[in-house]
Write a protein that binds this ligand. Structure first.
Ligand code: ATP
Ligand code: MG
Length: 428
């Protein structure tokens, strides 16, 4: 069995010769793609006054699947959500919906787009208009997106949506004002409002981070259920990589506007490769949820350089994690590493994958051999600490649903955690 780390990237790039396939593709039809999506915010008049918030992001969303976008504050998560929602104009790249490049040129085409792509925001308190009752919040998007429905049918749809988001008995909620509801109940109304358009894509930008810890799981479990019932392609944005493990089929890690790692959530959280992903996992708020190795990580702390902000987002060349990375050298600062396909469902962008793996306190990386379809667990140094049963974790009560992704890793879709709000709280 070959040792990863011996020949580093050369070995890894030779290990899997096929194309990358998102593990979420096993769930259903391709709904939305982001191709080289890039956003540069201009801050002033000179060419140096800009923030390059998202650089050439490539990923895809599939029916009945959840893709998590994980990264720290300022990494570009909400910018990606805004781009996909048509609220932020892109600088370059393409968004493809149902096989067609998206082009929003009029209010009418924007409305048609919003019928397909809806958003749920972090802050359930500011996302609902305080002067309107729940009925109004749901009736309005139904009337906009299903204009032919008669009054009685609209009313029936309002009640149906409330019961779909488990606000039952619905007649006790329909005439309430937002201030009469708890945070969790408001977020359920916001979710029902997003569903009123019968969208294909749901962009959830930190949908539970402002909720009480005790109800985060309930709301993520609801989203998990709705994903199946409404055949939704869900983009779940979060700071919290532990929640991504339980909720998402695929986890994409973003740093400074660049995708640095992606793969099956179980693999990314248990055997993080990129030094930034290792840092994220080791800093996860709930060590037990991710296995005891994380406690070791906290003490071993391979990545100790302090966070740098500001100028990193205006540098055009190189890996943006360079200032914090213990393995960085001149090449890292000068040249952006490509996303290297290290196994069928896994990509990592790092010039020093070999060192990152060799020094990782996460002992294994699954390497899928080309053509065989089988996954080898390559032990690097020592033995891998056995994972805790997920049901022991603080993150999950069992039985949300069982998911088995195409890489053969069972993912018990428990859920949890994390938070934002739109200008007017609705994209209906
Ligand atoms: P958070 O987790 O705090 O919500 P995020 O990952 O969602 O962060 P974004 O809000 O997408 O990050 O911001 C990415 C970068 O783009 C940040 O540096 C932010 O300051 C910058 N940015 C976002 N919106 C604008 C804007 N309208 N004009 C200029 N810069 C912006
Ligand atoms: Mg954000």
């Amino acid at each position: 069995m070959p040792l990863v780390g011996e020949k580093g990237m050369e070995y890894l790039s030779n290990t899997y010769a096929g194309d990358f396939v998102s593990v979420a593709a096993a769930r259903g039809r391709l709904v939305m793609e982001s191709k080289d999506l890039t956003k540069v915010y201009k801050l002033g008049l000179t060419s140096r006054d800009y923030i390059s918030a998202v650089r050439q992001a490539n990923f895809a969303l599939y029916e009945k699947s959840v893709v998590a976008l994980v990264g720290e504050s300022g990494s570009g998560k909400s910018t990606i959500a805004g781009l996909l929602a048509g609220q932020i104009p892109k600088t370059s790249g393409d968004i493809i919906l149902n096989g067609q490049p998206v082009s929003i040129k009029s209010n009418r085409s924007f409305r048609a787009y919003k019928r397909e792509v809806q958003m749920v925001f972090q802050d359930p308190f500011s996302s609902l208009n305080a002067i309107h009752k729940v009925r109004h919040h749901l009736k309005r998007p139904i009337e906009i997106h299903q204009p032919k429905l008669k009054r009685a049918a609209v009313e029936k749809e309002v009640f149906s949506l409330l019961s779909q988001v488990r606000l039952i008995p619905s007649d006790q909620f329909v005439d309430k004002f937002p201030y009469e509801l708890s945070g969790g109940q408001r977020q359920r109304v916001a979710i029902a409002r997003a569903l009123a358009a019968r969208p294909k894509v749901l962009l959830a930008d930190e949908p539970v981070s402002m909720l009480d810890v005790s109800i985060r799981l309930e709301v993520l479990s609801l989203l998990d259920d709705l994903r199946d019932r409404f055949s939704l392609a869900v983009l779940y944005i979060t700071h919290d990589i532990a929640s991504a493990r339980y909720f998402a089929d695929e986890t994409i890690v973003i740093y400074g506007g660049d995708i640095v790692e992606r793969g099956p959530s179980e693999d990314v959280t248990q055997t993080p490769v990129h030094p930034y992903t290792q840092l994220l996992v080791s800093a996860a708020p709930d060590p037990d949820a991710l296995g005891s190795s994380i406690r070791e990580a906290k003490t071993a702390n391979q990545v100790t350089k302090p966070r740098q902000t500001g100028s990193a987002l205006t540098s055009t060349a190189g890996c943006r994690f360079t200032p914090r990375c213990p393995f960085a050298d001149e090449k890292c600062a000068a040249e952006m590493p490509p996303l290297l396909t290290v196994s069928q469902h896994r990509q990592v962008a790092c010039w020093h994958i070999d060192k990152a793996i060799a020094n990782s306190i996460f002992k294994q990386i699954p390497v899928k051999s080309s053509g065989t379809g089988s996954t080898e667990n390559v032990t690097l140094h020592g033995t891998h600490a056995p994972l805790k049963n997920k049901q022991d974790s603080n993150y999950g009560s069992p039985n949300v649903s069982d998911m088995t992704n195409s890489s053969g890793h069972g993912t018990n879709s428990q859920t949890v955690v994390s938070e934002r709000a739109s200008e007017d709280g609705t994209i209906a």
